[in-house]
Design a protein around this ligand. Structure first.
Ligand code: MG
Length: 353
């Protein structure tokens, strides 16, 4: 029996994880948290609002699924890794903002870090058992979001409702807007850098509109391994929670005979500058990725409130990266300080926009 704690249990990932748990008698839900929605009777221990670390201390889980949205997930990530408890990580922001601190905690704790993000789960699976020197590069695929194929002028007047209509994945509002701007892919590039210890030039992004190919790993002999399947988050969730057993999931296999089309196209970085800004932040390192994430969170919230146009999101982020000092955070307090400072700079940019 594996004792599982789910943080962010009422969000899209949290709900799908609860579904996965219900079907696996070997997984026991011992604790669940949410930001504000009620959790009565969902698990023996529940917490609504506040820092979920208090809940984890009581719950003594074997694996923590961190599906909190945004920077708010950082403390739980660090707490879990420090204690050597397995972490199924859906909160990509905590690895983006706190990558160095998280890897150091993982190293000290000796537990496992299992990605739940579909692309990273795919890369993780393609890399399993492979010597690092045999790997040339990885390819993260993107659906391109609802605005794929549009140029800048066609993006000027798009509304939150337009952006929330994602073609292939059903997700919460923050991640869906991040998919529309490609900030999500930018966060995923930084996430991949930390998870797989790869320099940024060896992490490629390509558009694959149907989201059937989740990622590829290119090997040094010219072979590429792809991870394919219908887009369904229950697959990476189940994989992470039942690792290394890979439990059965009741989903249809790919129907190849009906004529599966796998198209790829390059990213239009001019119309979607968030990917380039994320790479810039990642390459500058230090607390720049934290600043990228914080500015994006502020800009997305403003866009959802109708206070910022769609194309204002990358402007706010660019302004913040230009103004942030970016020095590395040596501990979680200085990381929080970098996050607060970046949010302040982003709010300034909002006023100016
Ligand atoms: Mg993803």
């Amino acid at each position: 029996m594996k004792r599982v704690a789910i943080l962010g249990a009422t969000g899209s990932i949290g709900l799908q994880a609860r579904e996965v748990l219900e079907r696996h008698p070997d997984l026991e839900l011992v604790a669940a948290s949410s930001g504000s929605r009620p959790l009565d009777g969902v698990a023996p221990l529940t917490q609504v609002g506040g820092d979920p670390v208090e809940l984890l201390e009581q719950a003594e889980p074997d694996v923590v699924l961190n599906a909190v949205v945004g920077f708010a997930g950082v403390r739980a990530t660090l707490w879990t890794l420090e204690r050597g408890i397995d972490l199924a990580l859906a909160n990509k922001e905590s690895l983006v903002a706190a990558g160095e601190l998280a890897l150091a905690a993982l190293d000290r704790g000796g537990g496992r870090l299992l990605p739940v993000d579909s692309e990273h789960s795919a890369i993780f699976q393609c890399l399993e058992g492979r010597a690092p020197e045999t790997v040339d590069s990885v390819v993260v695929t993107a659906s391109g979001g609802p605005f794929r194929g549009r140029n800048r002028s066609e993006l000027e007047d798009v509304t939150p409702d337009d952006a929330l209509a994602h073609p292939t994945w059903s997700m919460g509002p923050k991640v869906t807007i991040d998919s529309a701007t490609l900030a999500n892919k930018g966060l995923e590039v930084i996430e991949a850098h930390f998870l797989f210890d790869l320099p940024y030039e060896r992490i490629e992004v390509v558009i694959q509109p149907t989201s059937v190919v989740h990622a590829l790993v290119r090997l040094r002999d010219g072979s590429s391994l792809a991870h394919v399947g219908y887009p369904d988050m229950r697959v990476p969730i189940s994989y992470a929670l039942t690792y290394p057993d890979r439990a059965a999931v009741d989903l249809p296999q790919l129907d190849l005979a009906s004529g599966l089309v796998l198209e790829f196209e390059p990213v239009d970085e001019e119309s979607f500058p968030m990917l380039g800004l994320a790479r810039l932040a990642g390459e500058r390192a230090g607390s720049y990725p934290c600043a990228f994430n914080a500015a994006n969170e502020v800009a997305v919230a403003a866009f959802l409130d109708g206070r910022l146009p769609f194309l204002g999101i990358p402007e706010v982020v660019e302004h913040t990266l230009d103004a942030a000092d970016g020095s590395p955070a040596s501990d979680v307090e200085s990381l929080h300080e970098a996050d607060r400072e970046a949010r302040r700079l982003a709010e300034q940019a909002l006023v100016a926009a």
